[in-house]
Design a protein around this ligand. Structure first.
Ligand code: 2BA
Length: 109
């Protein structure tokens, strides 16, 4: 058994949640926050048999889009900010950041 952990954008989370149900996968959705953008994203925990991992990955891949997002860097800590001009920079977010972990034991009571 594997645990698939997928960090996705909030904009994709409802579609992904519905697609997982339709495809017969069980999942848990957590409200999370990206460490870099400090904005909300969603993390799915999907426990799945080894032979269905690629199916799950395909559902995730086809329901999560890559998007460009503008970020304005915060002003530098300490020192002078006189010369600091906060230019927005564009980062590419998603479609999904996925980890596949082995599950040592699974119990469902
Ligand atoms: P955030 O940390 O908010 O990152 C959002 C996007 O900002 C990233 O998109 C990436 O394009 C950019 N980014 C992140 N850290 C950066 C840095 N140090 N310098 C420049 N740009 C940076 P994604 O790579 O698609 O990641 C989307 C979200 O997935 C992340 O949101 C984070 O919540 C999660 N994530 C990504 N990699 C991870 C990892 N290795 N471990 C845990 N969570 C991760």
């Amino acid at each position: 058994m594997k645990m698939v952990i997928a960090v996705v954008q909030d904009k994709d989370s409802n579609r992904l949640s519905n697609a997982l149900i339709t495809a017969g996968f069980r999942s848990t959705k957590l409200a999370t926050t990206g460490g870099f953008l400090k904005s909300g994203n969603s993390t799915f925990l999907i426990g799945i048999e080894d032979d269905r991992v690629s199916e799950v990955l395909q559902v995730i891949r086809s329901n999560c889009k890559v998007r460009d997002q503008l970020v304005t860097p915060v002003s530098p800590m300490g020192g002078t900010t006189d010369s600091y001009v906060p230019f927005p920079v564009e980062v590419q977010v998603g479609g999904a950041t996925v980890f596949v972990l082995p599950v040592e034991r699974f119990e469902h009571f």
